[in-house]
Ligand binder design. Sequence first.
Ligand code: HEC
Ligand code: HEC
Length: 263
Amino acid sequence: MNSFISSIKKITACMALLASVILLTQQSLAQEVGDHQYTSDAIQAGSRVYTQQCALCHGPQGALVDGVDLRRGQFRTVQSDDDLRNVITTGAAEGQMPAFSLRAEELNGIVAFIRAGFDPDGVAVRIGDPVRGRELFNGRGDCASCHRVNGAGPRTAPDLSSIGVVRTPASLQRNMLDPATALLPINRPIRMVTRNEETIVGRRLNEDTYTVQVIDSQERLRSIKKSDLVSYEISDAPSKQPTTLNSDEVADVIGYLLTLRGL
Ligand code: HEC
Ligand code: HEC
């Protein structure tokens, strides 16, 4: 009998171990798949939960509550994905929006669906904490060594003061992870030599038939007549390397960039 009980104990211990192994694998899988973006499975699951739990008040297009447009990412206080999760699990406006107790996958799915702009086949980029993002931007991420924000920083790379208005989260992310494909034809690094044998290295801002406008390496805005040039090369090589930040940190920097909406 004793040996029977002890083998039951062993089996139970074994099962508990197995369960925790399965849990661990699931967690690391979720982290891998959802590295920089939410999966399309998550978006689609979220679409179903949204219809059941949220559409009643927010409407099928997400714009029925005053001052909130979920599809367009217009909120009252929410910035990051964690903020979104918090509002959903704690409720808002003194109970006008109830607190929801959802399973982790459901919660994850709703955030994904909102970030995908309600498009079941859309792209849902993870958006992290803007405060941490700002620190990374000015610190370890090294972005501020090239980019100017709200009047501070160099002019050799595009000014990012309004970048949150003009770019989508997906294009911001592409720019950080794979700058070569995100390279705009304008903003290309250029190298010119004039008839006076001056070499101008800089960034192309604009160009027409007769002139080209550049920011040179001394950060001066210059307009150069093409007829004064003996050579003019536009570099195809990306002028910057993909970031070395990890996926959480990239999400944080995107969170920060989205808050840059002009002065
Ligand atoms: C009973 C109605 C109701 C339901 C159901 C509801 N909401 Fe809301 N929600 C509201 C109201 C009202 C507000 C505006 C709160 C305010 O004025 O600050 C709101 C605000 C929000 C905000 C913006 C919060 C902020 O501070 O930026 C988000 C995000 C949100 N809801 C998401 C959801 C999601 C996701 C669901 C489904 C899980 C959901 N809501 C279900 C009524 C509802
Ligand atoms: C070595 C200089 C350099 C560094 C460092 C750098 N960038 Fe850039 N970035 C550029 C240049 C130059 C461009 C213009 C496009 C190009 O040539 O790649 C650009 C373009 C961008 C754009 C697109 C601007 C637009 O108008 O669409 C974003 C967003 C951006 N960078 C964000 C960042 C972030 C975030 C970091 C830090 C993680 C960073 N950059 C680090 C030089 C740099």
